[in-house]
Design a protein around this ligand. Structure first.
Ligand code: HAS
Ligand code: CU
Length: 582
C-alpha cells in the first residue's frame, strides 16, 4: 500500500499527520469518475441535438429521422442547453474539483459521505429534470424565463442539481478546514485555492436562481400539476403568476457568474497545470491568485449586461453593471498575458527561439496540451466578442442575434469544453490506470473541434452582425430568411460537420480508454500536472485570506443589486403564466 504523508512542518500541536492512503485516493477517484461519467453521458445527447440544430439552420430539418423522440426544434434546443451548458459543466466541475482539492492538499476528503450525497442529489436532480424535458413538458429553453411555465419536475430537478453542487462544495470546504487546522501558517496550494474560490463564488451566485425558482416559479408550477393538486388540494391557491422582470433579474444575478463557474476550472488548468505539460513554469503564482480573488470580487454584480434591452431597469443600474463588466475583463486580460508568458518559458526551455517561432516548440504533440491551447486561442476571439456584448451601444446591434451563440460557443463551447476534453486526456488515464486509447485520434479530436468552432462561430457572429439573424429561432425555412444568409449558414454547417467528427472522435477515445483491456495498464501511474512557480517565494498574506475578498464581494453585490432589487420587489407586478406556447 502506498502511503504519502504531509510534510510535518506546520503541523498543529496535538494534531496527527493525515495520510492520503490508497483508500483515500480510491474514494476521490471513484467520485471524480462518477461525476465526470454522468457529465459525459449528458454531453453525448446534448451534442447530438446540437448537430441537428446546425442541420436545421441549413434547411435540413431531420429531427423526425435522427431523433424521433424530439418533437420540435425548440424542444431539442432546450435539451441541448440544459444538458451541455448546465449539466455537463456542473458534473465535470464538481468531479474535477473534488479531485483537485484532495490531491492538491494531499489529503483525503474530510467527510466523503458529503461528496457522495452531493453526487446522489445531483444525479437525482438530473433524472427528475430529464423526464419533462424529454416528454416535451419543459420546452422553455435553458433560461426558462417566465411567463413560460414548465412542468414542476423540471424546476425541482434543477433545484436538486444546484443544491447537490452546493453540497459538493461543502465537502471541499470541510476538507480544506481540516487541512488548515493541520497546517497552520502554510499557504494554501494554488490549485486547491482556485477550486475553493470558484465554489464559493458559485455558492453566492446560485442564491439568485434559487430565489427565482423557489419564490417566483415553483409554487405556480406545482399548483399547475393535476397530480400534486390531487394529492394536496390546498396548493391550487399557489398559482399566483410571476413577475417576469424580477425573475429575469434574479436569473441573471446567477446567469453571469455561471459563465465564470464554467471558465475558472479552465483557468485553473491553464495557470496551474498546462505550463507543466510543456516544460514551463508559472510566470507569477501570486498574480494567478490575485486573478481568482478578483473573480470572487467581481463576477456577480454585472448581471444587467444581459438585460440592457429590458425596460424597467433604470439606465443608471445598467451603466453601473456595464462598468463592473469592463473591470471584470481585466483579470482575463491578465490571464492572457501571464499564461502565455508561462507557456513561452516552457517553449524556450524546449529550444524555442525568436519572437514568435517558439510557439512551434510548445507541446503540440500531446493531445491534453494541444486541446487546451486551442481552447485558449478560441477564447481570445470569444473574449473579444464578450467585450463587444458588454459595450452598451454595440450590444443593441447584436443582442438576440446569432452573434450570441457565436460568442458562447467560443467561450463555454470551447474555452471550457475543449479545455475539459484536454484535462480528460490526462485524468482518464489517471483514473483508469490505462493508456489513452489512441493519442492520434485524441489529437485529431482537438484539431477538428478547433477548426469546427472557428468556422461555426465565425459564421454565426457575422450573420448576426451583418444581417441581424435572430438567435433561438428556426432559420432553415423561416419566412424572414434572406438569401444573403446562405454563405454564412453554409460556413456554420461545415463547422458543424467538423464538430460532429470531433465529438465522435472524443467518444471513441473516452470509451476506448475506459473499456480497453487490462493489458493496456500503465507501467507508471500518471500524476496530476502541477506547474511550479518561476519565482518561489512567500505569498503575501492578503492573497491567502478570505475575509477581505468575501466582504468586498458582498459589499459590491449589495451596492449593485440591493437598491434595485428592493425596488423591483416593492413594485412587483404579478402576471399569470402563459398557456403552453410549445
Ligand atoms: Fe459572455 C452572453 C459579456 C465571457 C458565456 N456569454 C453570454 C451568453 C453565454 C456567455 C452563454 O455583456 C449567452 C447567455 C444567454 O443565453 O443569453 N462574456 C461577456 C464578457 C466576457 C464574457 C465581457 N461569456 C464569457 C465566458 C462565457 C460566456 C467566459 C462562458 C464560459 N456575454 C457578455 C454579455 C452577454 C453575454 C454582455 C449578453 C449579451 C446579450 O445581448 O444577450 C469576458 O469575461 C471576456 C473576457 C475575456 C477576454 C479574453 C482573454 C483571453 C485569454 C486567452 C488568450 C490566449 C491567446 C492564445 C491569445 C478579454 C485568456 C495564445 C496562443 C498561444 C499559441 C500561446
Ligand atoms: Cu454575462
Amino acid at each position: 500500500m502506498s502511503v504519502q504523508t504531509l510534510p510535518s512542518a506546520g503541523l498543529a500541536e496535538g494534531s496527527r499527520p493525515v495520510l492520503l492512503t490508497d483508500s483515500g485516493h480510491k474514494t476521490v477517484n471513484r467520485l471524480t469518475g462518477l461525476n465526470i461519467g454522468v457529465g459525459i453521458g449528458a454531453l453525448t445527447i446534448g451534442l447530438w441535438l446540437g448537430v441537428l440544430q446546425g442541420l436545421e439552420h441549413a434547411g435540413l430539418n431531420w429531427y423526425s429521422y435522427l431523433a424521433p423522440g424530439i418533437k420540435t426544434y425548440y424542444q431539442g434546443l432546450t435539451i441541448h442547453g440544459v444538458l451541455n451548458a448546465l449539466t455537463w459543466t456542473t458534473f465535470f466541475i464538481c468531479g474535477f474539483f473534488t479531485y483537485v482539492v484532495a490531491n492538491s492538499l494531499k489529503r483525503p476528503l474530510r467527510f466523503p459521505w458529503i461528496n457522495i450525497l452531493a453526487f446522489v442529489l445531483m444525479a437525482a436532480g438530473l433524472l427528475l429534470a430529464a423526464y419533462p424535458l424529454f416528454a416535451n413538458l419543459a420546452t422553455v429553453l435553458y433560461t426558462f424565463y417566465p411567463p413560460m411555465l414548465a412542468d414542476w419536475t423540471f424546476y425541482l430537478g434543477l433545484v436538486l442539481l444546484v443544491v447537490g453542487s452546493w453540497v459538493s462544495g461543502y465537502g471541499m470546504y470541510f476538507t480544506y478546514g481540516a487541512w488548515r487546522k493541520e497546517n497552520p501558517g502554510t499557504t494554501t496550494p494554488f490549485l486547491a485555492l482556485g477550486a475553493l474560490i470558484t465554489m464559493v463564488m458559485w455558492q453566492i451566485a446560485t442564491l439568485g436562481v434559487a430565489a427565482e425558482i423557489l419564490f417566483l416559479i415553483l409554487p405556480s408550477a406545482m399548483a399547475n400539476s393535476a397530480f400534486l393538486v390531487g394529492l394536496f388540494p390546498a396548493i391550487a391557491n399557489w398559482n399566483t403568476g410571476s413577475d417576469p422582470l424580477l425573475a429575469r433579474s434574479l436569473f441573471w444575478f446567477f446567469g453571469h457568474p455561471l459563465v465564470y463557474f464554467w471558465l475558472l476550472p479552465a483557468y485553473l488548468s491553464w495557470y496551474g497545470m498546462m505550463p507543466a505539460q510543456t516544460g514551463g513554469k508559472m510566470f507569477s503564482e501570486n498574480l494567478a491568485r490575485l486573478v481568482f480573488w478578483l473573480f470572487l470580487l467581481l463576477s456577480v454584480p454585472v448581471g444587467f449586461h444581459h438585460q440592457y434591452a429590458d425596460p424597467g431597469i433604470p439606465q443608471a443600474w445598467k451603466i453601473l453593471h456595464a462598468t463592473w463588466t469592463m473591470s471584470l475583463a481585466f483579470p482575463s486580460l491578465l490571464t492572457a498575458f501571464t499564461v502565455i508568458a508561462s507557456l513561452e518559458l516552457g517553449a524556450r526551455a524546449r529550444g524555442g527561439k525568436g519572437y514568435l517561432r517558439w510557439i512551434f516548440r510548445l507541446n503540440w504533440g500531446d493531445p491534453s496540451y494541444a486541446a487546451q491551447n486551442f481552447a485558449m486561442i478560441l477564447f481570445a476571439f470569444g473574449g473579444i466578442s464578450g467585450i463587444t456584448n458588454a459595450s452598451y451601444n454595440m450590444n443593441m446591434v447584436v443582442h438576440n442575434t446569432t452573434w450570441l451563440p457565436g460568442h458562447f460557443h467560443l467561450t463555454v463551447g470551447s474555452a471550457t469544453t475543449l479545455t475539459f476534453f484536454g484535462i480528460l486526456y490526462w485524468l482518464l488515464p489517471k483514473l483508469t490506470g490505462k493508456k489513452l486509447f489512441t493519442k492520434t485520434l485524441a489529437l485529431a479530436q482537438a484539431w477538428t473541434w478547433f477548426l469546427g468552432m472557428l468556422l461555426f462561430a465565425n459564421g454565426y457572429h457575422l450573420l448576426g452582425l451583418h444581417h441581424g439573424a435572430p438567435r433561438r429561432s428556426m432559420l432553415g425555412d423561416a419566412p424572414y430568411r434572406a438569401v444573403e444568409w446562405t454563405p454564412y449558414l453554409i460556413e456554420t454547417v461545415v463547422g458543424v460537420t467538423f464538430l460532429f467528427i470531433s465529438a465522435t472522435l472524443f467518444f471513441i477515445v473516452v470509451f476506448g480508454t475506459v473499456l480497453s483491456p487490462r493489458s493496456r495498464r500503465l507501467a507508471q501511474p500518471v500524476e496530476m500536472p502541477v506547474a511550479e512557480p518561476l519565482h518561489p517565494g512567500p505569498t503575501p498574506k492578503w492573497l491567502d485570506t478570505w475575509t477581505p475578498w468575501l466582504a468586498g464581494a458582498i459589499a459590491l453585490i449589495l451596492l449593485s443589486y440591493g437598491p434595485i432589487l428592493y425596488q423591483l420587489v416593492r413594485d412587483m407586478q404579478w402576471i399569470p403564466f402563459a398557456p403552453r406556447v410549445w
